[in-house]
Design a protein around this ligand. Structure first.
Ligand code: GTP
Ligand code: MG
Length: 414
């Protein structure tokens, strides 16, 4: 089986090649830039880890502790971090991954709605999320976790400031969080102290002097660092591939939506012209020929749409033959309706009216097909280039964690 990263590279490469033909269109520039950024991420083997949580939980302190340098501003006020900031980190020389750690603004900062949005954007593009808390969950944290789960990304729950609690208290907090969440066991909650409270240290000097000084103990971050290294060693490839493909899925859906918008006039006129032509051709053609002409003209109509909207051939073909989600069933129904119209028309009018009713039915049925086509074509186009199959394989049997499927809010948080 092809490794996930190689699979993602092939899919992304085909998508890139295909949509490059729209390079001159201004309205799709953001999507093309997004495709280019995805390619760079894959080539550079850059694994993104975002830190996420409410204000003042020690998010920036956790990242400083991980890299072993005080690079990010840390402070006692809410809202110290005002915008996402990235740091490159090499956690272990053995690991062939470059890691980008991204700090984010806290979620519940006063008047910080725009910054909260930035934090969510970072979380959406990250491969792994560190959700930092500093005690038992609040309702806001619980809601944010539920929402994060819908992103289908691994989340490490980091309980920071553990220096403020005794071992018994920590155990109680972890058990309570695990009860609230259901999907996280107490052992999976990683306890750290990224920036422990300074302690007063009494020093007895040889000359008899005694001094008292505040000293900050070393950070306790090994459990988190160890878990991240383990993930990088075992799952980083699949996680990055999955994330890139999911993002690609979204970008491609945007491009397709813009394509339909951009060509809306053509789609409408093309539908009318071919429906009229089909009605006339079927009406005038001798019996037998009309039954052959009808599907040919349906095919021509579909081909015209595909060429104009630059849809992948594979999507056109699948939409044409798929009965479950494509146009196969309506096309067959059109054929059956035409046959009925032929029969009824010869029964009603004999030879004279033979072409009128079939012509009308043929034209109207193609016009109706026009209302079903955008959805079916977009669905298959979105899965083209192997994107649908690769995503399916990578997601495996993972059950989507939707809001609907989430456990109800625990009463202590409600
Ligand atoms: N006791 C203790 N305090 C900590 C620890 N980690 C961080 N702090 C303190 O918590 C406060 C907030 O730390 P930050 O890292 O700025 O928190 P943040 O989550 O990034 O906050 P915002 O940027 O405002 O969202 C600071 O005063 C830190 O000194 C810890 O492990 N133990
Ligand atoms: Mg911060």
């Amino acid at each position: 089986m092809t490794p996930p990263l190689a699979q993602a590279e092939t899919v992304l490469h085909s998508c890139w090649d295909h949509w490059q033909s729209l390079a001159r269109r201004q309205d799709v520039q953001p999507e093309l830039r997004a495709l280019s950024a995805l390619r760079k991420r894959l080539t550079a083997r850059l694994f993104a880890i975002a830190v996420f949580g409410l204000v003042n939980r020690g998010k920036s302190a956790v990242l400083n502790a991980l890299i072993g340098e005080a690079r990010l501003e840390v402070g006692p006020l809410n809202g110290v971090t005002q915008r996402p900031q990235s740091l490159l980190w090499q956690p272990d020389p053995e690991i062939p991954w470059r890691v980008r750690l991204v700090d984010t603004p806290g979620l519940n900062e006063v008047e910080g709605a725009a910054r909260e949005q930035l934090a969510w954007d970072v979380a959406r593009s990250a491969d792994l999320i560190l959700f930092v808390i500093a005690t038992d969950l609040t309702q806001l944290e619980y809601q944010a976790l539920l929402e994060l789960r819908t992103l289908h990304k691994p989340i490490l729950l980091v309980l920071n400031k553990c220096d403020l609690y005794s071992e018994a208290e920590l155990q109680a907090i972890r058990a309570q969080i695990s009860r609230h969440l259901g999907w996280v066991s107490p052992q999976e909650i990683l306890t750290v102290a990224a920036c422990p409270k300074p302690l007063k240290v009494r020093t007895h000097w040889p000359d008899g002097r005694i001094t008292l000084e505040w000293e900050r103990p070393a950070p306790q971050i090994e459990t988190l660092r160890g878990r991240i290294v383990e993930i990088l060693q075992t799952e980083a490839g699949s996680l990055l591939a999955l994330n890139v493909l999911r993002r690609l899925d979204w970008v491609q859906a945007q491009i397709l939506e813009k394509q339909w918008q951009h060509h809306a006039r053509f789609v409408e006129q093309w539908g009318k012209v071919v429906a009229l032509g089909k009605g006339i051709a079927v009406g005038l053609a001798p019996l037998g020929w009309d039954l052959l002409l009808a599907p040919l003209l349906d095919g021509l109509w579909l081909l015209g749409l595909g060429v104009r909207l630059h849809l992948p051939w594979e999507a056109l073909w699948k939409a044409l033959v798929s009965f479950r989600e494509g146009l196969g069933r309506p096309l067959l129904l059109n054929g059956a309706l035409l046959l009925c119209a032929e029969g009824m028309s010869s029964w009603l009018w004999g030879d004279w009216g033979n072409g009128l009713l079939p012509g009308l039915v043929a034209g109207a049925s193609l016009y109706r097909l026009g209302s079903l086509a955008p959805q079916a074509l977009s669905r298959f186009a979105a899965q083209a280039f192997g994107l649908g199959a690769s995503l399916h394989a990578l997601l495996g049997r993972e059950k989507p964690a939707t809001r609907d499927g989430a456990p109800p809010l625990p009463s202590s948080l409600a």
